[in-house]
Design a protein around this ligand. Structure first.
Ligand code: CP
Length: 318
């Protein structure tokens, strides 16, 4: 018998709308989510509180500023409420050895949706297999970060007016950078894009993404030369070298500072182009570049709010 006192109001006859990775995002769904985000940015949220009475859990086993705050702000702005484990490794029963599956199974009985960040690749998929409510991947180790990729597309569309026939340079730690992995896949949904994968040999894009791009007949070239690549880009997407993913501090030091975007490099980037970064940034973009109108990364972070409102509204729609 269904426990009507404690069971959350899940939709019947409708599959649960998990968002665990970019592969679930076809072009139609991407465009619909971006249109929904634009409506929220234009003020639709001021009139509507579609998630009133609903509860979201943000369960973060890794640190975050943008993703957690923007998801929580999005939920409140949609009329809902939030329960947060901002350091689940230390402050949840994970510290006593509880499995991810058991934790998600239990938390899913209290709330209407779960936003999960975890250090293990595939954690969101594992969570979705046991969760009775939508699971949204907020980053699974060096795996995927699908809502970041959506807000990146939103930014490109807003800044450049289109998502097709663009030359996009993805630079830095492509081996460990989950944002660039997901973004490359989503850019392949649109025709005529060219990807330039800029990394040191030891930090190349993973074979799984390269294979997926090949399958999608997505044009992608690889280079180690950032300076040589920027002159004909529409988007330069710089990323941080992910210290937390390296085997040793010595390995990190080998790559630290390998690519730095300076005012001198920006002079080689076309006037029409934009510079993006998922943030946080360390030394890979000189703060002097922030004043350049082509530096879009703080606008990009702001767009996370509208896009995550759209994702929550879609995933938790009754
Ligand atoms: N871009 C991004 O995921 O930032 P946070 O780690 O601060 O959430």
């Amino acid at each position: 018998m269904r426990d009507t006192l404690t069971a959350p109001p899940t939709r019947t006859h409708v599959p649960i709308r998990h968002l665990t990775g970019p592969r679930a995002l076809d072009r139609g769904l991407i465009e619909s989510l971006l249109a929904r985000a634009a409506a929220f940015e234009q003020g639709a949220a001021n009139q509507a509180t579609p998630l009133s009475g609903r509860l979201l859990a943000t369960v973060f086993y890794e640190p975050s500023t943008r993703t957690r705050f923007s998801f929580e702000a999005a939920m409140f702005r949609l009329g809902g409420q939030v329960l947060s484990a901002e350091n689940a490794i230390r402050d949840s029963s994970a510290a006593k050895g509880e499995s991810l599956e058991d934790a998600i199974h239990v938390i899913g009985g209290y709330v209407d949706g779960i936003v999960l960040r975890h250090p293990d690749v595939g954690a969101a998929e594992r969570a979705a297999r046991v969760a009775p409510v939508p699971v949204i991947n907020a980053g699974d180790g060096p795996g995927d970060h699908p809502t970041q990729a959506l807000l990146d597309l939103y930014t490109i569309k807003k800044e450049l007016g289109r998502l097709d026939h663009l030359r996009v340079g993805l630079a830095g730690d492509l081996r460990n950078g989950r944002t660039v992995r997901s973004l490359a896949i989503l850019l392949s949904r649109f025709p005529g894009n060219q990807l330039v994968l800029i990394s040191p040999p030891g930090l190349r894009m993973g074979a799984d993404v390269i294979d997926a791009l090949r399958e999608a007949q997505q044009d992608a070239e690889e280079t180690t030369d950032l300076g040589g690549a920027v002159a004909d880009l529409d988007v330069l997407y710089q990323t941080r070298i992910q210290a937390e993913r390296f085997e040793s501090p010595e390995e990190y030091e080998r790559y630290r500072g390998v690519y730095v975007v300076t005012a001198a490099l920006m002079r080689r980037l076309p006037e029409r182009a934009i510079l993006m970064h998922p943030l946080p940034r360390l030394e890979e973009i000189d703060p002097q570049v922030d004043a350049d109108p082509r530096a879009a990364y703080f606008r990009q972070a702001r767009h996370g709010l509208w896009v995550r409102m759209a994702v929550l509204d879609w995933a938790m729609e009754r």
